[in-house]
Design a protein around this ligand. Structure first.
Ligand code: DSN
Length: 429
């Protein structure tokens, strides 16, 4: 039992070392990712992983849950305090499962749901035809205005009047502007609908008071814990007390079995971190950085969807510059910069090609970079995207990325010289 990972499995050890160095030596601008603390990492790799704890604190189907109860109770209490919510369920394994649990708690198959369309910035679980949400429920999509690229609340309102949804799902994975939760509450009240606000992307910003909270306006709020919130991979549901029992039963035994106690304990730690002043200032810096980066690209002639950002991410239209999102993602990868291609509203390209890039600043901000570095990164992005594949420009960009990353080390202490070969292509994937 005392053998090291290197002794037990040199191949996986080498892959892990490659991944540590990839995260350390490349610029991560993927909006849905972040870098967790050592304390969160420690809990995810802890012996809590051995424990079965079906049920909830104080009401488990297994013995030996005393310490699991402590971790889950801490996570629940901290989540409620952090977001000002009446009830929290911290067991969802993912954001998709958090959403599924809310649907199953309050809807019947065939019920009508209003959800933001995926190509306009929504999420698969907000009613995409290939997802369970679009299969089990009658989903009426809404989106953004073609002119402003802002959420079209008037269209949403007339759609709600016409279709009388039971649930309005709000929240997005590619929408950079403030969502008007009070307006959506008024729309919901007018047609007798409930609201599910999926704030997976904005959760950390909301916890820090840097983005409006939907909690006072929505019956249900779901999120992932690993994006801006900077916790372990997983999901969470907040709801009003009168829905607590239905939500808890929908999670377990409704759609999940044993909770992942090690991840729940890590969520508790992440929530504790989110109360700190350093977390709060990092969230403010994340938005400032996204704005600085978007402005730099704008100055270089790139069109930013909706003209800017109020959060940690923005979309840029690279098709206007003569390439698809897929091509842009690939060439930036060559330079050691990770982004993801993304459709933009009214996209004429299919999702696997896409016309846009989604660019986010949580990872680089967590590493300590500020607006000066964002301007440098913006110039780098523009240089690479306008390089037409020039090997000299790409080589210079790789060197600049390495230099920037080494000024902001993060997981350096986790890298061991043994078992690590050449991160080469891995650093650029
Ligand atoms: N896949 C996530 C994202 O990248 O936004 C959403 O679940």
């Amino acid at each position: 039992m005392s053998t090291t990972l290197l002794e037990t499995d040199p191949e996986v050890h080498a892959a892990l070392q490659g991944e540590i160095l990839r995260q350390e030596q490349s610029l991560n601008l993927i909006a849905s990712e972040n870098y967790v603390s050592q304390a969160v990492l420690q809990l995810m790799g802890s012996v809590y992983t051995n424990k079965y704890a079906e049920g909830y604190p104080g009401k488990r189907y297994y013995g030996g849950c005393y310490f699991a109860d402590i971790a889950e109770s801490l996570a629940r209490d901290r989540a409620k305090r952090l977001f000002g919510a009446e009830h929290a369920n911290v067991q969802p394994h993912s954001g998709a499962q958090a959403n599924m649990a809310v649907y199953f708690a309050v809807l019947k198959p065939g019920d009508t749901v209003l959800g933001m369309s995926l190509p306009h910035g929504g999420h698969l679980t907000h009613g995409h035809p290939l997802n369970f949400s679009g299969t089990y429920f009658k989903v009426i999509p809404y989106g953004v205005s073609r002119v402003t690229e802002l959420l079209d609340y008037d269209a949403m309102e007339s759609s709600a009047r016409q279709h009388h949804p039971r649930l309005i799902v709000v929240g997005a994975s590619a929408y950079s502007r403030v969502i008007d939760f009070p307006r959506i509450r008024r729309i919901a009240d007018e047609c007798g609908a409930m609201i599910l606000a999926d704030v997976a992307h904005y959760a950390g910003l909301i916890a820090a008071g840097e983005y409006p909270s939907p909690v006072p306006f929505a019956e249900f709020v779901t999120m992932t814990t690993h994006k801006t919130l900077r916790g372990p991979r997983g999901g969470m549901i907040l709801c009003r007390e009168n829905f607590a029992r239905d939500v808890d039963r929908a999670v377990f035994p409704g759609i999940q079995g044993g909770p992942l106690v090690h991840m729940i304990a890590a969520k508790a730690v992440a929530f504790q971190e989110a109360f700190s002043e350093s977390f709060r200032s990092a969230q403010a810096a994340t938005i400032k950085n996204a704005r600085a980066l978007a402005e730099t690209l704008q100055r270089r002639g790139f069109r930013i969807v909706s003209g800017g950002t109020d959060c940690h991410l923005f979309m840029t239209d690279v098709f206007q510059k003569g390439m698809t999102g897929q091509q842009a993602e690939s060439i930036l990868g060559e330079a050691g910069i990770a982004v993801n291609k993304n459709t933009i509203p009214f996209d004429t390209n299919p999702p696997l090609k896409a016309s846009g890039l989604r660019i986010g600043t949580p990872c680089v901000t967590t590493r300590g970079m500020g607006t000066e570095e964002m301007r440098q990164i913006g110039e780098l992005l523009a240089d690479v995207l306008e390089s037409s594949g020039s090997p000299e420009i790409l080589e210079k960009a790789r060197t600049d990325v390495q230099a920037l990353c080494s000024r902001f080390p993060f997981y350096q202490a986790l890298a061991s010289p043994s078992g690590y070969g050449d991160a080469g292509p891995a650093a650029r994937d």
